[in-house]
Write a protein that binds this ligand. Structure first.
Ligand code: ADP
Ligand code: MG
Length: 398
């Protein structure tokens, strides 16, 4: 048999099996549930209050009495935080008239912690009370997996990101149809699906069709987000590891760039290449009427091991050469992050540390410090919050 026929036969029988597989995969009983509970200190910190102020408000009846564990300790869930903010009038995020901030966590390479950083940033912002939309533009779908999206259910769906971004699909189609809920009350996701790779090719094929088609192909995501961004404070884009048309789409849609770079020479060098390509993409896109102007461009050193001399030296080089755009705290390499990743979670989502309580806390404090810097960059994009950024009072009641 010719190999073409062999492949045809395989495709036909696999296609037939697809329906059965999909039905088996849609089992709601094993979906991820959010099982976060935190003590009064962590809750108060996330609320921007002292634990004492929290107890006082509870004692005075301004807030309902907190839940208590078997050992008598107070604890809070993510839903509790949302309810407390509401009661105390703590307003996070933008005014309805302001624009959501779209952040691309982008670099060329795979394995530099793009998805891990993006996932932890999304969870951090959600814990702080912002409304977050995550858009997974990587056909490898690791972000979608971490949010436990049932990818099998998306195999044939028309309401997928790949369909929305495809230049062959009707313009009237809406990005809203691709949005799914996650286990988090304030994080939604446009999940990746297998078809994104085809979409990349279809977008690339517009090169044959001239400038108008190319301009359209660059801006599919940006246009799609215009319609849905009012419902969110922050949109986090997880781009594919290569700079194709999907990568240009995330660059074009973003208001801010977060570039993760490990302190390794190869990653440093490849990031120069990434920045050059970014620059070229900006010039190219601005020729077709859309100009990209980022509110912030930040580099974050990822997976950093401070006791390795070569990494410590590389970090110094990065601090000198990234011209003030580097976040002051690097994200440390951590077994906690790695192990949480193995169970498709962020460290914010796990209740039982992998190692000691101390290593877990160190890892969490490290991430909080990094993300607090980005949170400030985000708030600076909103005139209503700008004044609070300098005073470090991001959670003042509005
Ligand atoms: N700070 C970190 N500490 C430990 N492991 C990490 C850290 N950041 C990322 N990883 C691990 O490195 C691998 C690659 O990360 P990932 O976020 O998928 O990279 P990318 O999206 O850039 O391809 C994953 O297995 C992830 O768990
Ligand atoms: Mg990734």
């Amino acid at each position: 048999m010719l190999s073409g026929q062999i492949l045809d036969a395989m495709i036909t029988s696999c296609e037939n099996a697809k329906t059965v597989l999909r039905q088996a995969a849609i089992d709601p009983s094993d979906r991820k549930t959010l099982n976060i509970s935190m003590g009064a200190t962590v809750a108060a910190e996330l609320l921007g209050r002292t634990p004492e102020a929290l107890s006082k408000a509870e004692a005075r009846g301004r807030l309902p009495a907190p839940k208590t564990a078997a050992n008598g300790r107070r604890f809070y869930t993510v839903e509790d935080l949302i309810a407390i903010r509401e009661k105390l009038g703590i307003k996070m995020g933008k005014l309805p008239s302001e624009r959501a901030v779209v952040i691309a966590v982008q670099n060329f390479k795979g394995g530099v912690s793009k998805s891990t950083t993006g996932k932890h940033l999304a969870d951090y912002l959600a814990l702080r009370g912002y409304r977050v939309l995550v858009v997974d533009c990587d056909p490898q779908a690791s972000m979608s997996v971490m949010f436990d999206v049932n990818l099998e259910a998306l195999v044939d769906e028309t309401h997928t990101l790949s369909n929305f971004l495809s230049p062959r699909i009707d313009e009237a189609d809406s990005l809203r149809k691709t949005i799914q809920k996650t286990a988090w009350p304030n994080i939604d996701i446009c999940p990746a699906n297998l078809g994104l790779q085809d979409t990349e090719w279809e977008l690339t094929a517009t090169i044959e069709e001239g400038p108008t088609a190319i301009a359209g192909a660059f801006r599919m995501l940006r246009i799609g987000l215009e319609e849905v961004r009012h419902d969110y404070d922050v949109v986090i884009l997880d781009p594919p590891p290569a700079m194709g048309f999907l990568g240009v789409n995330t660059l074009t849609a973003a208001d801010g760039l977060l570039i993760p770079v490990p302190a390794r020479q190869l990653d440093y060098l490849s990031t120069i290449h990434f920045m050059q390509t970014c620059r070229e993409a900006m010039d190219l896109v601005s020729k077709f009427d859309t100009s990209i102007d980022y509110g912030f461009i930040r580099v974050v050193c990822t997976m950093f091991q401070p006791n390795r001399t070569n990494e410590a030296q590389m970090l110094q080089v990065m601090e000198k050469t990234y011209a003030g755009q580097m976040l002051s705290t690097p994200i440390l390499l951590s077994e906690e992050i790695k192990n949480a990743g193995l169970s498709m979670s962020s460290i914010y989502e796990i209740n039982k540390p992998y190692g000691s309580h101390q290593t877990y806390t160190r890892c969490r404090d490290n991430l909080n410090m990094v993300f607090r810097e980005i949170e400030k960059d985000i708030c600076k994009q909103w005139p209503s919050r700008m004044a609070q950024v300098g005073t470090d009072r991001l959670t003042e009641a509005a």
